[in-house]
Design a protein around this ligand. Sequence first.
Ligand SMILES: CC/C=C/C/C=C\C[C@@H](/C=C/C=C\C/C=C\C/C=C\CCC(=O)O)OO
Ligand SMILES: [Fe+2]
Length: 661
Amino acid sequence: MGKYTVRVATGDLFLAGSPNQVQLWLVGEHGEADLGKQLPPLCGKGEFEIDVPLHLGRLLMVKLRKHAVLLSVDWFCKWIAVQGPGTQGEAFFPCYRWVQGHRIICLPEGTARTLSDDPQNLFKKYREQELEERRKVYRWGSWKNGLILPIAGNSQLDLPRDERFLEDKDLDFSVSLAKALKDMTIKGTLDIINCVKGLEDFKKIFPRGKTALAEQVHDSWKNDAFFGYQFLNGANPMLLRRSSRLPARLVLPPGMEDLKTQLEKELQAGSLFEVDFSLLDGVKPNVIIFKQQYVAAPLVMLKLQPDGRLLPMVIQLQPPRYGRAPPLLFLPSDPPMAWLLAKIWVRSSDFQLHQLQSHLLRGHLIAEVIAVATMRSLPSLHPIYKLLIPHFRYTMAINTLARSRLVSKCGIFDLVVSTGSGGHVDILQRATACLTYRSLCPPDDLADRGLLGVKSSLYGQDAIRLWGIISRYVEGMVGLFYKSDQAVKDDLELQAWCREMTETGLQTAQDRGFPISLESRAQLCHFVTMCTFTCTGQHASNHLGQLDWYSCIPNGPSTMRKPPPISKDVTEKDIVDSLPNLHQARMQKTITDFLSRRQPVMVALGQHEEKYFSGPEPQAVLRQFREELAAMDKEIEVRNAVLDLPYEYLRPSMIENSVTI
Ligand SMILES: CC/C=C/C/C=C\C[C@@H](/C=C/C=C\C/C=C\C/C=C\CCC(=O)O)OO
Ligand SMILES: [Fe+2]
């Protein structure tokens, strides 16, 4: 018994407060005290003192309930802190959620606890009730067959309130999208009089890139070294791999002996690389306003020079067909327009696999599965929940928007992308079928692709460095709560979480290397590091490059309006007629600029302000994480300062703490 000081923190945004009164209870080891209805949590922090005539002992949780006389107004509660008998200084009760309706909400004290950390089962009932409620609110949906599962819901309003954009994000997204579409409409009216006779006309109509690098892309996109560089450090660094043999599909027609000799020489030297777009083979192309669009499935062979440049050696635009003559091979020595058109076809194919496989599937959709599985399987007391929850912010919301406006019927893909109107779903299904656990873990993925130690792969170096920092952060936290491998095996909530993710969310992905159970601390750390990296670095490295590399339309055409060339007799007009028309180009530029602009409402990696963990040790681990991130950021800044083409997409200060756009 004694005097307690209670502090109540409301969200910082305008709509976070509520005029409804809030009733509070203090729940201790030895009893529970009803503190009655307290100040309505209008805004900021409220504080009150109260005498409690009971001996509560150590405080375990705070319970709260909103009372509405006329109108129930949701309240965003950040946290509650209590000082008094049994609090050892100050007891902190994290919330960071919306309090809706009149239900009683339980907020356990912030110390992370696995089931085995609660031998008296003081929280067991609470954990079970919380998960029972979460499984009703966070339900798996289904978008298309053969894909990993999304959250149920067709719009943000269908989502749990805690998953929707807060008003600052909502305002920024809506206003900037409306402005982008308005500008597109206004500029688009001029397109009626604009005509694109030559490639230079594209530059006149779309003059300025939004970044220094985008400007360089406008100037240098035709250059072979620039073309090769993109597979290392461009918008999509996920497809390049070192050749272990000449690809079977690369059928060399008679007269190409020199090329064969060169390829074999590079192969023997270990400097032969390839990018194979076979996943696109046979995808049904879109028809846009009654006009057939076209898709190819190229193969590019490249050689890594001693100076680090990656130069294309040959492009095969389509795989060989049984019973037909071998496909034409395009070479750097071909007539310039023919070679340029072949490269443009590769760029358009890269746009398709980048946006659908590397960005949407391996970034957005995997992050969503991690988020939904966690909300359905781990209580808020669980250390892994506390570790991961900051990396789920807005992911379900942005993905629901993508499913309703980007890859939906009559969405952006249908309007301006050559794989729209169903081809994009086919590609997602194919990409899902070959999605492996190793491919989501840079140390394994880069090893498998033969990119470890390739100095000119700045993506590779930064991805390995960031993976290491995240891995140490995860190990630091896991080490606080799991003292043995057996403790991991015995954690039934953890095992249910892993199974829910692999078997349900990822749709029996154990066939592709994903774990169905966690047998050791090392395996747990690897899995949680993959989750964290996917929600942060993987998405950023495949999201941020759009602004630089796709604002020059010929460098990333969202569609192609003529079939791939079958001869080398190519004119500039053939190229212009193949590229997106002005309307399509303007829409592509509008959407990719809008999506990849630097977000004003942004939390950088590791910089979340929510305090989910109580206690000095987790805070120390988080502090160390932030210090390592800051060191990496500074070193990348110094490195980039002397580079003609700086690589920024894995700079910690540029990486969002979750997938929000
Ligand atoms: C053409 C760019 C394709 C990108 C797909 C890859 C990842 C998804 C993307 C997320 C987008 C989320 C929401 C998009 C919402 C709206 C789209 C913009 C305008 C639609 C026009 C309209 O409906 O009015 O990653 O960032
Ligand atoms: Fe994105």
